[in-house]
Write a protein that binds this ligand. Structure first.
Ligand SMILES: C[S@@+](CC[C@H](N)C(=O)[O-])C[C@H]1O[C@@H](n2cnc3c(N)ncnc32)[C@H](O)[C@@H]1O
Length: 143
């Protein structure tokens, strides 16, 4: 995707609606997916188009929405959920890392493992599936 937006941009109503859906979806599915996975395996959530993590007026981006869905969940998950955020724009990725660094205290109790990558989703998705032997059909990965 090529765009003319800067590092951050205004959060439009359709994006806010998408984030509400994402939050509800993840709150419903995280405990279900986690219950299918046996230790020492873990669940990996991949946001392949992560963006900068924040919008112009401070609204949360999808990585923040996903992390809060896990951190604020009323249930404890039987296995940890890891998060992989992929963003191709280096400045947006740097912004995202700053935003997520600022959330460490908020997320302390779920102790997620974060992995941030700058790159294109196609390349990293194949490396996740091949090198880490995680497959979508095994229900261990949520995209
Ligand atoms: C709509 S924005 C991100 C919105 C974010 N998911 C959210 O809801 O807050 C899409 C982002 O995907 C990034 N992007 C576009 N194509 C990509 C690709 N092939 N691989 C990784 N990132 C990509 C863009 O740089 C942009 O920051």
């Amino acid at each position: 995707m090529s765009d003319t937006l800067g590092t951050i941009w205004p959060c439009l109503p359709h994006t806010q609606a998408k984030h509400r859906i994402l939050e509800r979806y993840l709150k419903a599915w995280m405990p279900i997916v986690a219950s299918f996975v046996k230790k020492p395996q873990r669940v990996l959530f991949v946001d392949g188009f992560a963006g900068p993590g924040q919008y112009e007026r401070g609204e949360p981006g999808s990585p923040v929405v996903a992390l809060r869905a896990a951190a604020q969940h009323s249930r404890t998950f039987p296995v940890p959920i890891d998060f992989l955020f992929i963003e191709k724009d280096p400045e947006r990725l740097a912004h995202l890392i700053r935003v997520l660094d600022g959330m460490k205290a908020e997320l302390a109790w779920i102790q997620p493992a974060f992995l941030y990558k700058v790159g294109i989703i196609k390349k990293h998705c194949s490396s996740i599936c091949c090198n880490e032997q995680v497959t979508i059909s095994q229900n261990k990965i949520i995209i």
